[in-house]
Design a protein around this ligand. Sequence first.
Ligand code: COA
Ligand code: ZN
Length: 319
Amino acid sequence: MSISATGLPSLNGLPTAVKIVEVGPRDGLQNEALPIDTATKIDFITKLAEAGLPEVEASSFVSPKAIPQLGDAVAVFQQLPQRLGTVFSALVPNSKGLERAIQAGVKRIAVFTAASESFTKRNINMSIQDSLDTFAPVVKDAHAAGMSVRGYVSTAFVCPYEGKIAKEKVREVTENLLAMGVDEVSLGDTIGAATPKDVVETVGYVLQTVPKDKIALHFHDTYGTALANVLTGLQLGIAKFDSSAGGLGGCPYAPGASGNLATEDLVYMLNGMGIQTGVDLNKVADASLVIEKQLGKTLPSKQLQRIKASRAARASAAP
Ligand code: COA
Ligand code: ZN
């Protein structure tokens, strides 16, 4: 927070527009044990695109043994709506995944590693260095195939196995990914344990050598700090945030990780702050309701539950 000329606290100087990367169909669904059929996923993703989300991470080309829920990635990509101007992306862990993504006509992929050795080993069965060695040819071949590539650094703040992560490691892995040619790196608070102090320390340190527009932030809301962390990111000049419709999500390799930051809650806060996203809050809720119904449980987004309650009140008040 800066201090204005009047001496009062001011939020001036924050980014005026933010890009939201919707990760619900991937980060959200990968954590749900109940299988969701491909047609429901397509309905969910189409509604997210209709809500104006500029980028939707639609699935993962990982081993179906590791993540059975996303085993239909090829079928999902073959049926995505193409007319809405949304970019659809997918996770790719290795060259086998890239082959499948090329086959499915994917235009944007994300490679993913972490800043913690233990987490990387459990998540993708590689050391951090092995993961970088695996990605280098994947990124090169993806570019040759006309794709763009994002990078993820999971457990960038706190690791479920190793505790607090050194900011130096986060910067090193981020720089390695950028040197490989990824166009941005999303720093993930995979278990949702970070506080604004962690964000200032780690992201502030990364930004000493990495341009702001190369960084996105990916918060989970396990401990209820995700929006506070977003505000801190905004104050550091970051203008790209990942979120998940309804707050769907978690991580199967991060015990106790609850939902991602909910897209609805993020959009509400940014709208209220006059920061443009191009995203329609009510339409995101329509998308979330498709999945909430299928899963048969209440999703954690506060805005989604508020919207549902106000729709129900209006319906019961109608003659
Ligand atoms: N797509 C489909 N199948 C794949 C694959 C891919 N991208 N990569 C590997 N496989 C298959 C292999 O063909 C092999 O199959 P087989 O047992 O029938 O021969 C099996 O998976 C094991 O392959 P291997 O190369 O030995 O990998 P591994 O067992 O060391 O697993 C990963 C490594 C990266 C493939 C696996 O850990 C994975 O997919 N992890 C993803 C985790 C994830 O998505 N986490 C959430 C994101 S935060
Ligand atoms: Zn996540």
